[in-house]
Design a protein around this ligand. Structure first.
Ligand code: HEM
Length: 465
């Protein structure tokens, strides 16, 4: 089906003067589009072609949308890839150089050391904490709230997944203060679009932008809080059974070395930042999509009812939520919480006949890949049966990348999926969700894929409770 040809949105050679002038004139509208949603700046061809190369202000970006080339890029040529500078400029001030932002040997050591913590048997151990966080949300909603019952589901899910992160990572006396910590993370993330846009436009790092001061303050606050938590735990001499405790005891299986305090802070913050908003978005989009598909929701409810008990007491029962899992996977096809995977070629990359020179950006536009006309039958239609065992096995692994692929695949994938299932199994039997506005909200790229203007829905307790 794939022709292997390269569609060049840009001219193949040089940057003629007229193009440079045209780029300069287009700058204000391009900046506005990037800030509104980077996805809107993608050329239409990313939904229909295998490879698309664009050029703007003399910079080229190759978008890879063919599963064969994606495998070649993210797996076979992974060693020739580096982190994209705009991502580093957006994230390093808060996250330091943890697993998400580090490259080379520093990344490899941290990844090897932390990997055992995310194995399935460990994740099962976190199910009671996940269920407790979901039950706290259920109790909060049952106690009542806004007179009209309308809640913005995204902050509600962020609160729930943040509770999970705190309970699983730093529990007991060390628990982080949920409200100010969550607010600081939000303030930080809110200004990252400016940093991304300015790096792409080659503006220097000191360029002022809205939210810059608040972002810097937020980074100082979260780093300080986590550093104090690590120091307290070290001083106590008893590591504890949460993720921080596991990280404190973890050693690199190759070198026998543990993580430094700086690495501990970087990685705890990385797990909070990479794990809480993404999972909250998967849940938010799922609740909204289910509201439009009552017949699918009934199948989900029947499956949850079939568990016949509390997941906190039987964590393994989560494996029986096979159809609910298909629903979450299909929602993440249409609304991938991480809609773009970015890399910079550190050495020359070859994708079929196309050569990506060292120094050029090479991106996998996950949102477009998941709606690609050559890969999916009726891509806009929500159909969880695409993820039934048969169709899943028949599909190219690299056509579906909500968690990325290759050595840098999401380390928290199993944790996130389990968390989604536990939270849905707790909330869906208790409430109906009625959208406040007709139609799906537009999806907006803000590092993650957010619903523009939130996700207001009426939360109605089901009568049979
Ligand atoms: C639905 C929820 C989630 C989604 C959609 C998601 C998505 C992703 C994606 C696409 C990547 C690869 C990025 C790339 O290749 O550049 C990634 C990496 C990563 N994720 Fe997740 N993630 C989720 C939840 C989590 C959770 C719960 C954690 C940890 C608690 C986590 C921690 C990480 C880390 C540390 C990396 C970097 C891995 C590396 O570079 O070696 N994520 N995630």
């Amino acid at each position: 089906m794939w022709s292997g040809r390269t569609f060049r949105v840009c001219e193949p050679e040089g940057v003629p003067l007229r193009d440079a002038v045209a780029d300069a004139l287009a700058l204000p509208s391009v900046l506005a589009t990037m800030l509104r949603s980077l996805i809107e700046a993608w050329p239409e061809q990313v939904y229909a072609e295998p490879l698309v190369t664009t050029r703007f202000l003399g910079q080229r970006t190759t978008y890879v949308c063919d599963p064969r080339y994606i495998r070649s890029l993210l797996v076979d040529q992974a060693d020739a890839l580096a982190r994209e500078p705009f991502m580093l400029r957006a994230l390093v001030p808060a996250l330091g150089t943890g697993i998400l932002t580090a490259d080379g040997p520093h990344w490899r050591e941290q990844r090897r050391t932390a990997a055992p913590m995310f194995r399935p048997e460990r994740v099962r151990g976190f199910v009671p904490a996940m269920a407790a966080a979901a039950q706290a949300t259920r109790a909060r909603w049952l106690r009542g709230g806004p007179a009209d019952g309308v809640r913005d589901i995204l902050p509600e899910m962020m609160r729930t997944t943040f509770d999970v992160i705190v309970a699983t990572m730093v529990s007991g006396d060390d628990a982080l203060e949920v409200e100010p910590f969550g607010r600081a993370i939000d303030a930080y993330l809110a200004q990252t679009s400016w940093k991304i846009a300015f790096t792409m436009l080659k503006a220097p790092a000191w360029t002022p932008h809205p939210g810059r001061r608040a972002g810097a303050r937020a980074a100082r606050y979260v780093r300080g809080e986590v550093a104090r938590t690590v120091a307290r735990r070290r001083a106590r001499g008893e590591p504890g059974a949460d993720l921080l405790g596991l990280l404190l005891q973890a050693v690199d299986p190759e070198t026998g070395e543990g993580l430094s305090d700086a690495s501990l802070v970087d990685n705890l913050l990385t797990f909070v930042a990479a794990g809480h908003e993404t999972t909250a978005l998967a849940l938010t989009w799922t609740l909204r999509v289910l509201a439009d598909h009552p017949e699918i929701e009934r199948r989900v409810l029947a499956e949850i009812a079939g568990l016949g008990g509390d997941l906190a007491e039987a964590p393994h029962a989560v494996d029986r939520l096979a159809f609910t899992r298909q629903v979450v996977l299909e929602v993440m096809r249409l609304y991938p919480p991480a809609p773009l995977i970015v890399r910079r070629a550190a050495a020359e990359i070859r994708l079929g006949d196309t050569v990506v020179p060292a120094g050029q950006s090479v991106h996998v536009p996950v949102y477009a890949l998941h709606r690609h006309r050559l890969l999916w039958h009726r891509p806009e239609v929500f159909d969880p049966d695409r993820f039934a065992p048969g169709p899943s096995a028949a599909r190219d692994r690299y056509a579906y990348l909500p968690f990325g692929a290759g050595p840098r695949v999401c380390i928290g994938m199993g944790l996130a999926l389990t968390e989604c299932l536990v939270i849905l199994a707790t909330l869906l039997p208790a409430f109906r969700f009625v959208p406040e506005r007709p139609g799906m909200p537009a999806a907006q790229f803000r590092v993650t894929l957010r619903p523009r203007n939130g996700m207001p829905m009426k939360v109605v307790a089901r009568h049979d409770r």
